[in-house]
Design a protein. Sequence first.
Length: 90
Amino acid sequence: MANKKSADKRYAQSETRRMRNKAVKSQVHTALRKFTEAVQKKDQNLSSELLKALQSELDNAYRKGVIKQNACARKKSRMFKLFNVTFAAN
């Protein structure tokens, strides 16, 4: 346990931030999972909607500082590529 009052405060702050970051990451992972499931089912309309939602979640996580800019861009790029490759023939 912390010996100083300031160390106690820092621990409390970091714990609050950790829980907030965990919640945001969980939302991103859930959106990603829903999107990939829709793509695997070959549902283009649902996939399109979920792709927009996923993009929004990733941008939100980046704005909050939970993920870095390049990680956000990489994930979006991969998901758009998956969408385009899957539904290119249609």
